[in-house]
Design a binder for this molecule. Structure first.
Ligand code: PSU
Ligand code: MN
Length: 301
């Protein structure tokens, strides 16, 4: 048996068959500094509620998989030190050993699917890192999208990655990549990139329908929705380029590797932009939460 616990709010929504949106917790523990991480997590949950769905933030607390966190649990997780970063490889081990860990995109998809939740909103997915031809650093998020039937609403892949290679791998894995209401892919902190999107949809109902049809056809896996950051909050790719280059250079000089790469880069970019990257990150996650709620509502119809 899996030790699993539903928050009171999520348990009620499940009983009522009401729409639920899964939310990840790595963004809280490894993606943003305290106290903005906790404030953002609360706002994102409120955004989901305001749009008519129930938020389910997912984490492992003391060996129990939590689907939905109570306010005090969210606060504690946001302040905790040395929380594990859980992906497909380590979630079961964390539960088995009574550990506490935050769920990445891959782990949140697995947990959401276990709980019968079909939609998940986050910031940016992991992907193929620059220099992956040497490091082999490719996020487990990509393969998860290929095998677990959850629609993930993101602002694209994080611009610290090798974006063309990331989208090539998604194509190879047969993952639908759907830009929302524009023809080009967004690039996390930037609303646009130079890459055309493989697919475009303008309506949450179509996104919901496509996931249903995929599953009905026996096609494994989910969909990646790439929802552009609101224009007022974006940082253009031109402005970001020198900052990302510097952060990547520092990561290399300092020998940062494996799971530590993404948190290191996000932290340095926050410092180098005087916090502007965080403001943008908050705006895009909230935007994704609202679209995620619309898709979850459409899926229930
Ligand atoms: N997006 C953010 N902040 C984050 C992440 C995504 O805005 O911290 C996290 C997600 O949990 C994603 C993970 O799954 O980074 C990818 O890590 P890696 O590159 O090590 O697979
Ligand atoms: Mn990695």
């Amino acid at each position: 048996m899996i030790p699993i616990h539903y928050s009171a709010e999520v348990a009620r929504a499940r009983d009522a068959g009401a729409p639920i949106v899964a939310l990840e917790s790595t963004i809280i523990t490894h993606g943003m500094p305290f106290p903005q991480n906790v404030e953002t997590a609360r706002l994102v949950e409120e955004d989901v509620r305001g749009a008519g769905a129930t938020p389910a933030t997912i984490a492992v607390l003391y060996g129990v998989l939590h689907i939905g966190l109570e306010a005090d649990q969210l606060e504690a997780l946001g302040q905790a030190q040395n929380v594990a970063k859980l992906s497909r490889a380590d979630m079961a081990a964390c539960i088995a050993t009574g550990g506490t860990g935050a769920a990445t995109v891959a782990a949140t998809m697995i947990a959401a699917h276990l709980a019968g939740i079909h939609v998940f909103a986050t910031g940016g997915i992991g992907g193929v890192h620059r220099g992956a031809e040497d490091s082999f650093d490719i996020s487990a998020d990509l393969r998860e999208l290929a095998q677990t039937p959850v629609t993930v609403v993101s602002a694209g892949a994080k611009a610290i990655l090798d974006l063309p290679k990331t989208f090539e791998v998604l194509e190879t894995l047969g993952v639908p990549v759907i830009a929302y209401r524009q023809d080009v892919l967004p690039a996390f902190w930037s609303a646009t990139s130079h890459m055309p999107s493989p697919l475009r949809m303008d309506d949450a109902a179509d996104i919901a329908k496509a996931q249903h049809i995929r599953t009905a056809m026996g096609l494994q896996g989910g969909q990646l929705v790439a929802n552009p950051i609101p224009a007022y909050a974006q940082i253009t790719a031109e402005d970001l380029k020198p900052v990302i280059d510097q952060a990547l250079q520092e990561a290399e000089t300092q020998g940062i590797s494996a799971k530590a790469v993404t948190p290191f880069l996000l932290g340095r970019i926050f410092e180098l932009t005087d916090g502007r990257s965080l403001t943008a990150n908050i705006a895009l996650v909230r935007n994704n939460a609202r679209l995620g709620a619309q898709i979850a509502i459409a899926m229930g119809k």
